[in-house]
Design a protein around this ligand. Structure first.
Ligand code: ATP
Ligand code: MG
Length: 407
């Protein structure tokens, strides 16, 4: 992509009411635009990162045997009434009326999934079911200072699984938990599995995937030696004390960002929505449901909170919008041929071909945060200057070596 052709360039001025690092850098660097509080456009650069995040999630969900599909966002009130959530979720759900009919905008999909299952299954042979989609969620969140970490409209991957027994659900539940840890690791993030209360979803404990980060809205308590971790909402104790589980380690109190959450919902939805499958002996039983969310747009912000310095963003390779940022300094002819050679090898390149000063191009490259910067100038002769965003080391390499490093 030629930078001259890219919509959404770096900004000198940006909305000053956004105080979080993620919003400041994403707005300034041209990854997102703000429409109103909690509502953002993913500009081409931000869209590319979110697509890469989604592809990693998709790979890992598909590896558990889950099916991707797409469900509607405009829901009839009647379905939400079946579980009572039309009333109990009023604070969070956007509800609207048109021609005397009432609708809710999707803030989650349990009821819609249960309705689908009830229409399309009958016997124990139809289970387990593992279905997911990526789609927009609308939530009337209280106005927060977290930038894209807390939107009123955001993208979620939500997976739902339905089983004929609690044991079968639990087995898949922990398989997904493992897939989540792998998913976040592939993006460079170490997430902790943290026990939490179920909130409006379930009375059982749920599990959150928390990334340690000073800017996080959550407070968690975890053991420095075993895997014990609980959210502040349910933890009874204090930081600095011995771990209640292993008795050896010490409890650490820390701020964290919740990037995912899984819920062992049980039979409540099936019972309230009057769906029962026929088991092996011909008797009717409720299905056991679980749901599993990840926020790709929250991850976009989390990655910036975790990976940045005072000059800008430092994207991990796996989610960077481009693999290389090529800068031409008064050498467009030479740089054009390097650009073509890189593209021919399938390397994704952002090519700054503008007639702008070198200082501005370097500052923009640091702000945008693509992992590798390549410079072609009269000084580099028939070589290319190669520098990684996270390092100060600069090498002067022939094209073949640059290609080898980028592959
Ligand atoms: P939180 O406690 O932060 O409000 P939640 O428990 O309400 O999150 P879930 O309903 O479990 O979140 O949603 C699943 C995932 O969707 C979350 O783990 C998070 O990654 C993402 N998510 C939730 N709310 C938002 C939001 N307002 N903006 C962006 N992403 C969100
Ligand atoms: Mg919430």
């Amino acid at each position: 992509m030629r930078y001259s052709n890219l919509f959404g360039k770096t900004l000198r001025d940006f909305p000053k009411d956004e105080v979080s690092v993620n919003a400041k850098y994403l707005l300034r660097a041209g990854f997102i635009d703000k429409l109103m509080a909690g509502s953002f456009t993913l500009l081409p650069l931000g869209f590319r990162v979110v697509e890469k995040i989604k592809q990693i999630i998709r790979d890992e969900m598909d590896a558990t045997g889950a099916n991707e599909m797409l469900m509607p966002l405009l829901h009839p009130k009647e379905i939400w009434n079946e579980t009572g959530r039309w009333e109990t979720a009023k604070g969070i759900m956007f509800q609207l009326k048109k021609d005397n009919k009432e609708y809710g905008l999707s803030f989650t999909h349990e009821e819609i999934v249960m309705d689908l299952i009830r229409k399309r299954t009958q016997s124990f042979k139809d289970f387990p079911i593992k279905i997911y989609h990526f789609s927009t969620k609308f939530r009337d969140e209280p106005r927060a200072k977290s930038g894209i970490l807390r939107g009123r409209e955001f993208i979620m991957k939500d997976l739902y699984s339905a089983h004929t027994s609690k044991e079968d659900m639990e087995k898949y539940y922990w398989e997904v938990a493992k897939a989540y840890i792998k998913t976040f690791k592939r993006m460079g993030l170490n997430a902790k599995i943290v026990e939490a209360a179920g909130g409006v979803f379930t009375d059982a404990h749920t599990h959150e995937f928390q990334v340690l980060c000073e800017q996080g809205e959550d407070t968690i308590y975890y053991c420095d030696s075993c895997d014990f971790a609980q959210n502040k909402e349910i933890f009874e104790g204090k930081g600095g004390k011995p771990c209640p589980k292993c008795k050896k380690g010490k409890i650490i109190e820390a701020k964290a960002i919740e990037v995912g959450n899984i819920f062992p919902l049980g039979t409540m939805y099936s019972e309230k929505m009057h769906f029962h499958f026929t088991d092996r002996n011909g008797s009717k039983k409720p299905v056991v449901l679980a749901s599993y969310g990840i926020g790709p747009t929250r991850l976009l912000g989390t990655l910036v909170e975790v990976f940045h310095d005072d000059k800008g963003i430092i994207w991990p390779k796996s989610v960077a919008p481009y693999g290389a940022h090529l800068i031409s300094i008064n050498s467009n002819e030479k740089a054009d041929s390097v650009y073509r050679a890189l593209e021919k090898e399938g390397i994704e390149v952002l090519y700054d071909d503008r007639e702008t000063g070198a200082g501005e191009k370097f500052a923009d490259a640091d702000l945008i945060g693509i992992p590798v910067r390549l410079v072609v100038s009269p000084k580099t002769e028939n070589r290319i200057e190669y520098k990684e965003r996270g390092s100060e080391k600069i090498e002067l390499l022939p094209l073949e070596d640059v290609l080898k490093k980028l592959k």
